[in-house]
Design a protein around this ligand. Structure first.
Ligand SMILES: CC(C)(COP(=O)(O)OP(=O)(O)OC[C@H]1O[C@@H](n2cnc3c(N)ncnc32)[C@H](O)[C@@H]1OP(=O)(O)O)[C@@H](O)C(=O)NCCC(=O)NCCS
Length: 226
């Protein structure tokens, strides 16, 4: 597929098979596990430091469906610049891609998984949208050196296109970053639900410091019909 358009660096978008698994693991650890807002809030909990996340990160890369996931690589240097991990879900075969997050030794990650679970609540996209196959756009991470060049937006666009080709009729995303929410609106997503961190399972957990969180800090359940 073609480049995103406005990138200053020449980025090649490709399948995860075309990248090195170790580099993808480094990227998810250094971008998502380090900077994602919920994991950041849980940093003081057991297993909350960046490197503590590596074991579940390793598992989560392969628990996703690579046929609807996408990688961004710096065409000049071959550096893995970004990744978007997605999975498909049907009524008969619900996604299990995020299970490694709930089953890890890292308390910080288990708390994050619990927050995402609470955000999803009893929302059933099959029932709510009347569809039978959904793309779960679970994890986007872009290397710090490559941010603000439209890479995450293009990765998502390409995953949506792959999902459409495979018969998905909708996309679901839990967005914990205000930047992601802004980007998803650009792609046509609508907000179904919002859960502030201060009203979630994180509130009352001693090592989670929510003092810097306002009512707009939290996670949004966002959906798009394809
Ligand atoms: C969030 C993240 C994936 C964004 O990646 P990115 O490639 O820099 O994002 P893009 O350049 O595609 O930005 C798309 C849009 O998001 C918004 N955005 C992204 N980063 C932003 C920032 N630092 N400040 C303000 N807006 C931002 C903007 O609307 C941007 O469009 P614009 O540049 O035309 O205004 C990246 O910062 C990251 O890896 N963060 C850590 C992991 C994480 O939080 N993942 C998302 C969890 S929901």
């Amino acid at each position: 597929m073609e480049n995103g358009g406005e990138n200053t660096v020449n980025i090649k978008y490709c399948s995860l098979e075309e990248g090195s698994l170790k580099e993808i693991e480094d990227l998810v650890t250094e971008s998502f596990a380090k900077d994602e807002n919920t994991l950041k809030l849980c940093r003081s909990c057991e297993g909350g430091q960046t490197e503590d996340h590596r074991p579940w990160v390793k598992k989560i890369i392969t628990s996703h469906d690579w046929s609807v996931s996408r990688l961004a690589v710096d065409a000049a240097t071959g550096t893995v610049a970004g990744v978007c991990l997605c999975d498909m879900s049907t009524l008969d075969q619900p996604t299990r891609a995020l299970e490694p997050m709930a089953q890890t030794d890292s308390e910080a990650c288990r708390l994050t998984a619990a927050f995402l679970h609470q955000l999803e609540g009893d929302y059933n996209p099959f029932k709510a949208l009347g569809v039978d196959k959904v793309l779960c756009l679970n994890m986007v991470g872009v290397d710090k050196r490559y941010r603000r060049q439209g890479i995450s937006l293009e990765l998502r666009r390409q995953c949506l296109e792959l999902a459409r080709q495979q018969g998905c009729q909708a996309v679901v995303n839990c967005a914990t970053s205000p930047f992601t929410r802004k980007a998803l609106v650009k792609l046509g997503f609508e907000r179904v639900k919002f859960l502030p961190f201060t009203q979630s399972v994180l509130a009352g957990v001693e090592k989670v410091d929510l003092s810097g969180c306002g009512p707009d800090d939290g996670g949004a359940l966002m959906v798009l019909r394809l």
